[in-house]
Design a binder for this molecule. Structure first.
Ligand code: SF4
Length: 343
């Protein structure tokens, strides 16, 4: 379903591009460490950064943090109406809170009016592990959809519509089903993520399947990969997921490489890594192939704009699936660079 657009600082969630977000794991009241991590995240390509606000010290720290960084900051609040108001005063661009959990309709209305006046968006974050009793007897995906929509209706009754919804589960199938249901049920932008996805490798696989499946269906407006690791890796993984789903909105060189086999003549893995490193700052929409042999290399890399097909001492360079020259294997890298820059 086409989505509303919700402005979060200078990022519009719900337009055609999918924004990347992550979350700091420093103590928020350690202002210097938190600012340093936010800057690292932004440098890696993070467009929105969320910080937990577990106490008043953290809410006070938010003021200094927001002032010192240029990326929109989201305050992550649980239960406390007061911490949400303090974070709003600190200048955050969005608040993540569940309006049903802050002590009644009056407080929800007060918060909604407060945020509306300051043009601060709100994310409703339903989590499969913490559902209200009223929904617990339902199938999990339906329960999560209904819980999110119930929170939405609390805000709509307060005439508040700058809403983003997330409904995360650590179960990838449940997460996919829930977002599909939500996509059909409402036009609020959706924040995708697999929660508690795990340590790096497992978390990357789960996130790629969960977030990627939905993005390929055209569902999802902003994404967060959750890893028990350095949050910069979350941003790098999020970028790779967007690229794999053709939803990355900046030009870049994609490197493809063959899986190698008994015909392989060159060090494909090492060369592909070198090509990837060489291309990381080249903003051109190109597909570059590193293939291990000349027998199948050119044919198997259909769709690549250019590439190399490895030979024992010399290798074939090809452009648009046509052979162009043979080079000594020591010259593969500079020759590829020349063709990449010329293309
Ligand atoms: Fe094997 Fe050549 Fe295919 Fe690579 S391109 S997997 S070396 S046949």
């Amino acid at each position: 379903m086409a989505k509303r657009t919700v402005a979060v600082g200078n990022v519009n969630i719900g337009n055609s591009s999918v924004s990347i977000q992550s979350m700091t794991n420093t103590k928020t009241d350690d202002i210097d460490a938190t600012i340093a991590q936010i800057n690292r995240l932004q440098e890696a390509g993070c467009q929105l950064v969320r910080c937990s606000v577990p106490d008043e010290k953290s809410a006070i720290a938010m003021k200094e943090i927001v002032k010192s960084v240029s990326v929109p900051i989201i305050a992550d609040i649980h239960f406390s109406h007061k911490l949400a108001l303090m974070s709003a005063d600190a200048g955050v661009s969005k608040i993540r809170i569940n309006p049903g959990n802050i002590g009644g309709v009056d407080k929800a209305k007060y918060l909604a009016d407060y945020l509306k006046e300051r043009k601060i968006a709100l994310r409703i974050g339903v989590n499969g592990g913490s559902l209200d009793d009223a929904h617990k007897s339902k199938p999990l995906a339906i329960a999560m959809r209904d819980s999110a929509l119930e929170y939405v209706s609390v805000l709509e009754k307060c005439n508040f519509y700058d809403i983003v919804i997330s409904a995360k589960s650590s179960n990838v199938k449940v997460m996919i089903d829930t977002y599909r249901l939500l996509d059909k049920a409402c036009d609020y932008p959706l924040h995708l993520g697999v929660t508690e996805a795990g340590i790096y490798h497992t978390g990357v696989v789960k996130s790629a399947i969960g977030i990627g499946s939905l993005l390929c269906d055209g569902i999802g407006d902003t994404i967060r990969v959750s890893l028990s690791d350095d949050p910069v890796k979350e941003v790098e993984t999020a970028k790779d997921i967007l690229k794999a789903c053709d939803r990355y909105d900046k030009p870049y060189c994609e490197i493809i490489s063959c899986p190698t086999c008994a015909r392989t003549n060159i060090e494909v893995k090492a060369l592909a890594e070198q090509v990837e490193e060489m291309c990381k700052d080249i903003a051109k929409p190109l597909k570059v192939a590193v293939m291990g042999c000349v027998v199948n290399g050119i044919g198997e890399s259909q769709g690549a704009n250019l590439g190399v097909a490895g030979g024992k001492d010399k290798s074939a360079i090809f452009v648009d699936s046509k052979y162009v020259e043979t080079v000594d294997n020591s010259m593969i890298l500079p020759t590829l660079k020349k063709y990449i820059l010329e293309y």
